[in-house]
Design a protein around this ligand. Structure first.
Ligand SMILES: NC(=O)c1ccc[n+]([C@@H]2O[C@H](COP(=O)([O-])OP(=O)(O)OC[C@H]3O[C@@H](n4cnc5c(N)ncnc54)[C@H](OP(=O)(O)O)[C@@H]3O)[C@@H](O)[C@H]2O)c1
Length: 244
């Protein structure tokens, strides 16, 4: 899809990958609608992109983001929360919130934005998933499940949408406040976190070239392929090297 002139709704635009993506798309001529909860941070991104601010808490099913957004040519579904720890120790309500924000809100948003895109015969949907949704990660079961859900959602939608592109983004470790916010910082040396701007560039190129799937960094495809081809061997390696 041509980004110049496209009206793009970015969820999670107040921070990290979403903010970097808003800046990247704006540099390529897109008109931004920026959503998140932190209004001051959104105002900062709006000042640099000329974007419109649309605050919303996606854990609240009554957030009528799609209605307030009006015409949207492209959605970047980026808002997300993590939680790390043994499932048996997860506090009540946390799983519900992670599922609501990461998965359910973006399913509903897509459902409501799609009729306009189909009517205009033009649109693009981008879902920021995670390598956790492809291979699973110790002590991130609920988070990984939401990301696997997004990947299956994107993969399935692609079959039914003439004229509307669908891109699933699969980042590894990205240098954003995500880990601090989920309550367990990223302390491993490898894999080294990539800057959010790298994910943002990959998203812009994937949309322009109508790519179905993009891994950032690209080498992450290898563990994903190993997991698909030899899941037993993958699990042995993950048990050995995958401790947080
Ligand atoms: N960082 C990584 O290593 C990594 C790797 C793979 C995938 N991802 C995915 O990338 C996406 C962006 O994460 P990030 O790394 O950029 O983290 P981040 O800097 O913490 O950004 C998360 C964004 O999600 C928004 N958000 C969280 N809860 C929300 C809620 N209830 N309602 C509305 N917005 C909400 C935040 O908005 P407010 O700040 O305004 O609340 C913020 O803009 C997430 O979906 C994450 O799962 C991240």
């Amino acid at each position: 899809m041509r980004l110049a002139g496209a009206r793009v709704l970015v969820t999670g635009a107040s921070s990290g990958i979403g903010a970097a993506t808003a800046l990247e798309l704006s540099a390529r001529g897109a008109r931004l609608v920026l959503s998140g909860r932190d209004q001051e941070a959104l105002a900062g991104v709006a000042a640099r992109t000329g974007g419109e601010i649309l605050p919303a808490d996606l854990s609240d099913p009554s957030a009528d983001l799609a209605v307030r957004a009006g015409r949207v040519d492209m959605l970047v579904a980026c808002a997300g929360e993590g939680w790390s720890g043994p499932l048996a120790r997860m506090p009540g309500g946390t799983a519900e919130r992670v599922i609501a924000v990461n998965l359910a809100a973006h399913v509903q948003l897509t459902r409501l934005l799609l009729p306009g895109m189909l009517e205009r015969g033009r649109g693009h949907l981008v879902y920021v998933a995670s390598i956790a949704g492809v291979v699973g990660v110790r002590e991130e079961a609920v988070y990984a499940a939401t990301k696997a859900g997004l990947l299956a959602f994107a993969e399935s939608l692609r079959y039914e949408l003439p004229g509307v592109g669908v891109t699933a983004v699969v980042p590894g470790v990205v240098d954003t406040p995500f880990f601090a916010r989920r309550g367990r910082p990223y302390t491993r040396r490898r894999p080294a976190p990539v800057p959010p701007e790298r994910v943002a560039r990959a998203i812009a190129v994937a949309v322009e070239r109508d790519r179905a799937e993009v891994y950032v960094p690209a080498w992450l495809r290898l563990p994903a392929r190993l997991h698909g081809a030899a899941p037993g061997a993958f699990r042995v390696l993950a048990r050995r090297f995958g401790r947080p």
